[in-house]
Design a protein around this ligand. Structure first.
Ligand SMILES: [Zn+2]
Ligand SMILES: [Zn+2]
Length: 616
């Protein structure tokens, strides 16, 4: 263990850093009783941010040494890395990035301490004005008069709250990744800046693993695979963020939907269908026009009314609820809908299938008696996890968000709902994290994130209580006592939306879907055109048997047919030649595994059906 005194927190010399085997563990301060208090743990998010933000300072100082005329904007830590915005005369090139990296290595070697100085705002303003750093001056203009902190390592001074690493020498593994255009304060009306992105890690191995993940992510990019495998497209001329499912994408969606419906019906859900548009009065009652209007498509005028395309399905399910006087005996009601909704998203944030404007939620609303809520939450969470596991996800991040300061609903209802959600999480046996005060204003919730094959986390399901809508629409059921009672309402999505989930699935599997999801499960490859009729006969028989099968009708050599089928990741190739035709067999090739020998058509069908069944 190694310790060095730090004044990075401006509390020199009481703070010290602790290293183990050369790896930073944390920043500590001594407590009165001789024990130590951890100020920053480098395994925590806060520690990582500190590390990466310090990296941004070091990068800026390297830029300063190489290009003294550059002006500095801001340099925060971000997920897995950091950036710094600069104003330059000409854009940074790939070579510049490598030169900056080399200079950073020098600065790390110099092992310069980060020193904090408190100065008056006036003094700082004068100093940055003298240096020509107009962005720092503008930041200072927005700060109330008083003292501000400056951090300096070597000659480089930055306006910053801190904290930072003790010295530049503590930065271990880093790499500059890319440069992109940006705007001062993110405003396209303001000065154009150059943003350099970098990543930094406490250990070499972590950096390598991260760079490998980036490489993998590029290979798995669903937008590229969507094109190569002919799954979907987006068309700016039709509208941003609107998804076109091609036949092969459509096949996968059909499989997902069929599976989804089957599992819901087996689990006590009913399936409902509701309209795509609704009169403005509905959205006024639901509160959407008050709180959610900016995220809605603008209204259409018709019959002296305004109609809105739905951004959510909830009010429609409530309309169904209210068509009858509900008895306590009917509850819980579980209504699910693959409901297509439209929401306005800024053009700049749209991203393939992951951030779109039109999407189909796998929505459900549960109307539950207070005495049923514990059991129902346990059940719904288990159902969500079970479905997600069926798609090959085994690693989950679970979050429980509780009552925020501003909230509607009775505190006792919040408590009861939170207890039920917590109980469900405990029962699942999975670890979960608390997001205290992070719930929506209308109820506590569980958020479910899935980890994909390369360790990235994706938000999918939500189980969300709502104490607002039942009030607004005056929902009731008749209790055993003959009196009206308010049901609990729970919004639930488990895949999130079909579009986004499809994007995640493509990246998770890298387009190499398991047999039950593969859009084409087998491709029949005739060796010559004499075998074409037989190939079609095989296809027809297998399709009738319930498989998704195509024939390669092209006049190509068999080697080319095999290669092309492998390329679009088809699980089975069925080569058919003269001998197969005579014997009624197919010669099976498994993608990535090669020749599996000749079997009868029916044998292949039964075996593959069993394989499909086992995956579900
Ligand atoms: Zn800083
Ligand atoms: Zn809802």
């Amino acid at each position: 263990m190694y310790r060095d005194a730090v004044n990075a927190l401006g509390r020199d010399p009481e703070v010290f850093a602790v290293l183990e085997n050369g790896v930073l563990k944390g920043l500590y301060e001594p407590a009165r009783d001789g024990a130590e208090i951890v100020l920053v743990d480098f395994d925590s998010d806060e520690g990582k941010d500190l590390y990466r933000h310090s990296s941004a300072h070091i990068m800026a100082s390297a830029v300063n040494e190489l290009y003294p005329r550059v002006k500095y904007a801001i340099g925060p830590a971000i997920l897995d890395g950091f950036y710094y915005d600069f104003e330059t005369e000409s854009p940074f090139t790939e070579e510049d990035l490598r030169a900056i990296e080399d200079k950073m290595r020098e600065i790390v070697k110099r092992d310069l301490p980060f020193r904090k100085t408190m100065v008056s705002r006036e003094w700082a303003m004068e100093e940055f004005r003298r240096r020509g750093d107009k962005y720092k001056v503008e930041i200072l203009e927005g700060i109330p008069d008083g003292e501000v902190s400056l951090f300096q390592h070597g000659e480089f001074v930055d306006l910053c709250i801190g904290p930072h690493l003790p010295t530049t020498g503590r930065l271990r593994a880093f790499k500059l990744l890319s440069v992109a255009g940006s705007y001062w304060r993110g405003d396209s009306g303001r000065d154009r800046l150059q943003r350099i992105y970098g990543t930094s890690w406490n250990q070499e191995g972590e950096l390598e693993a991260y760079l490998h993940r980036l490489e993998e992510a590029k290979k798995r990019d669903h937008r590229r695979l969507g094109r190569e495998l002919d799954l979907f497209s987006l068309h700016e001329d039709v509208g941003g963020g609107l998804v076109f499912w091609h036949p092969k994408g459509g096949r996968i969606r059909t499989v997902i939907e069929d599976f989804w419906r089957k599992r819901h019906l087996e689990s006590g859900y009913e399936i409902v269908y509701t309209p795509h548009v609704g009169r403005s009065s509905l959205w006024a009652s639901s509160g959407h026009l008050e709180f959610f209007k900016d995220s809605m498509y603008p209204p259409m005028k018709m019959d002296d009314s305004e109609f809105y395309v739905k951004p959510m399905n909830c009010p429609f399910h409530i309309k169904i609820y209210k068509t009858a006087l509900r008895s306590y005996r009917e509850l819980p009601l579980r209504w699910a809908e693959l409901g297509t909704v439209y929401r306005y998203e800024l053009p700049g944030v749209l991203h393939g299938l992951l951030r779109v404007r039109g999407f189909t939620q796998d929505d459900a609303h549960l109307f539950v008696r207070p005495d049923q809520v514990d059991e129902e939450m346990e059940r719904v969470l288990a159902f969500c996890l079970d479905i997600l596991r069926s798609f090959g996800f085994t690693d989950f991040d679970l979050f429980l968000s509780t009552r925020p300061e501003k909230a509607v609903g009775r505190p006792e209802d919040w408590d009861k709902a939170t207890v039920a959600l917590r109980g469900a999480l405990e029962k699942s046996g999975l670890p979960y994290r608390m997001d205290e005060g992070g719930g929506a204003f209308y109820g506590p919730k569980i958020d479910l994130k899935i980890k994909d094959a390369i360790g990235r986390s994706w938000q999918c399901g939500t189980i969300q209580f709502d104490f607002n809508l039942p009030e607004r629409f005056d929902l009731a059921f008749v209790g055993e006592d003959g009196q009206p009672h308010r049901p609990y309402m729970i919004h639930r999505a488990l895949l999130g939306s079909l579009e986004r989930f499809f994007g995640v699935l493509i990246e998770h599997y890298g387009g190499d879907f398991p047999i039950w999801l593969a859009p084409v499960q087998a491709k029949v490859l005739p060796i010559s055109k004499d075998n074409l009729d037989y190939a079609r006969e095989v296809r027809d028989a297998l399709v009738r048997g319930g498989l998704r099968v195509e024939v390669d009708e092209r006049n190509e050599k068999i080697g080319a047919k095999i290669r092309d089928a492998e390329l679009v990741k088809i699980p089975y190739m069925l080569v058919v030649g003269k001998r197969d035709q005579e014997a009624g067999t197919v010669s099976v090739r498994r993608r990535g595994k090669g020749d599996q020998g000749a079997v009868s058509r029916d044998h292949f069908l039964q075996k593959t059906l069993a394989e499909v069944e086992a995956h579900q």
